[in-house]
Design a protein around this ligand. Structure first.
Ligand code: SF4
Length: 94
C-alpha cells in the first residue's frame, strides 16, 4: 500500500475535524506497526519533503507556504497551550 501523504500525526486546529493524537494511528504506531495492523504486504508514506516538492512551495513560507502541522507538529500560529501540551505529551512521532 502506498499513501500519498506523510503519516497524519497531529490534530488540526484550523478546521479539519481530526481526532486528538490518541485516536490517530500515525501518532500511536510506527509505519511497521501500521502495516501489521492493516495486514498489508508493504506500506510506504510520502515524505513531508516529497509532498512539499510536489507542490513547489516551502512549508510555512512567509508569503503563502503551506501548513504541515499535522505531519510535523510545527503549527504556523499559536495553538491553545493546554491542547498543545497534551498533544505533545501523547505524541509518538519523531
Ligand atoms: S496541514 Fe495544517 S491546516 Fe491542513 S489539516 Fe494539517 S494541520 Fe490542518
Amino acid at each position: 500500500m502506498r499513501i500519498s501523504s506523510p503519516p497524519f500525526k497531529n490534530p488540526c486546529f484550523y478546521g479539519i475535524d481530526t481526532p486528538d493524537r490518541k485516536e490517530l494511528i500515525g501518532a500511536q504506531k510506527s509505519v511497521e506497526e501500521i502495516r501489521k495492523a492493516i495486514n498489508a504486504d508493504s506500506l510506504h508514506f510520502l515524505t513531508k519533503d516529497g509532498l512539499i516538492d510536489s507542490i513547489g512551495k516551502l512549508a510555512n513560507e512567509a508569503d503563502g507556504g503551506h501548513c504541515t502541522a499535522c505531519f510535523d507538529n510545527v503549527y504556523p500560529t499559536p495553538v491553545p497551550d493546554d491542547e498543545a501540551a497534551a498533544a505533545a505529551a501523547s505524541c509518538a512521532c519523531d
